[in-house]
Design a protein. Structure first.
Length: 300
């Protein structure tokens, strides 16, 4: 298989665009194995492609089998029109199917609604513009058309779309406002995890202290960048892991439901250009639920 590069792009993003039926994880593994050649030479996933370059790889073979059976799972839809919808994803629901996932995902629930969904992200991720971790609750925008998907994805990339979160973290925080600026990359010891790494991608998170609780501190988090597990990794790095985070928090703070909720989502509508802002309170399992207010995040 050979493709001629049509525009400036990263190698991993180019492959995801050319081969949407394969997961980015699988494509990254193929690149890391040296099986993708750019003008005859193996390159890293972050390699900068230029127009006219030739990208060659062997046929990856059959894509992973993903269960796309519609599942009758109740969904809280907070905004919907012919182009998109905004859903308040519950805890324990993965965003899309994966070969290792045994239970239905948000995609399966969306398919049960008999609503058209974009195909831009690949056949096993219809409609999914961005993701939330399985144990994170909160707002996700879902594209119904390919046009809406491309425009929304660009807003996520350029950060004209805004995502803001509530979290309850361990320890005490003296500063009312601070930022965590630390590049993030795959953990060298565990490729499933992320870590602060000087060689990683730029990552910046703004934190706002809202209230001290019996369990910890209620904070707001605003993303300047959108790296995988960014808020979880950044807060752990500064000594304030998210309570209930069984992956990144020390064991003494990892029990109970993860205290991270995507409460505020704003973007420009892909057709009208109107600014859409959606807010959702966290569920009953969130420790600081009685103290959260929309203005905590809007004024941040």
């Amino acid at each position: 298989m050979e493709y001629i590069v049509d525009q400036k792009d990263r190698l991993d993003k180019f492959l995801a665009r050319m081969l949407p039926e394969y997961s980015r994880t699988r494509l990254s593994k193929i690149v890391d194995s040296g099986l993708v050649l750019v003008d005859g030479a193996a390159q890293k996933p972050s390699f900068s492609l230029q127009p006219g370059m030739a990208v060659a790889l062997e046929d990856p073979g059959p894509s992973e089998v993903h269960d796309l059976t519609p599942a009758d799972i109740p969904l809280e839809i907070l905004f919907e029109d012919e182009s998109l919808l905004v859903v308040n994803k519950p805890r324990g629901l993965a965003a899309h199917p994966a070969a290792s996932l045994k239970e239905p995902s948000l995609v399966n629930a969306l398919l049960a609604r008999n609503t058209s969904l974009s195909q831009t992200a690949g056949s096993f991720r219809p409609g999914i513009v961005h993701r939330l971790d399985k144990e994170t609750t909160g707002l996700m925008v879902v594209a119904k058309t390919d046009r809406a998907h491309v425009i929304l994805a660009k807003q996520m990339e350029t950060k004209t779309a805004e995502r803001r979160y509530f979290a309850v973290v361990a320890g005490d925080i003296e500063q009312e406002h601070f930022k965590v600026d630390g590049p993030i990359a795959r953990n060298k010891n565990n490729r499933l995890l992320m870590a602060i790494d000087p060689a990683g991608k730029h990552a910046l998170t703004y934190i706002k202290r809202i209230a001290r609780l019996t369990q910890g501190v209620l904070v707001g988090a605003r993303l300047e960048t959108g790296r995988t597990h960014q808020i979880r990794v950044h807060l752990r790095a500064v000594g304030h892991p998210i309570l209930g985070d069984k992956v990144y928090a020390p064991r003494e703070f990892g029990s109970g439901p993860m205290q991270l909720h995507a409460a505020y989502l704003a973007f420009d509508h892909p057709l009208s250009g109107e600014r859409i802002a959606v807010y959702a309170d966290p569920d009953e399992s969130f420790y600081g639920r009685a103290l959260v207010k929309r203005e905590h995040l809007e004024d941040f």
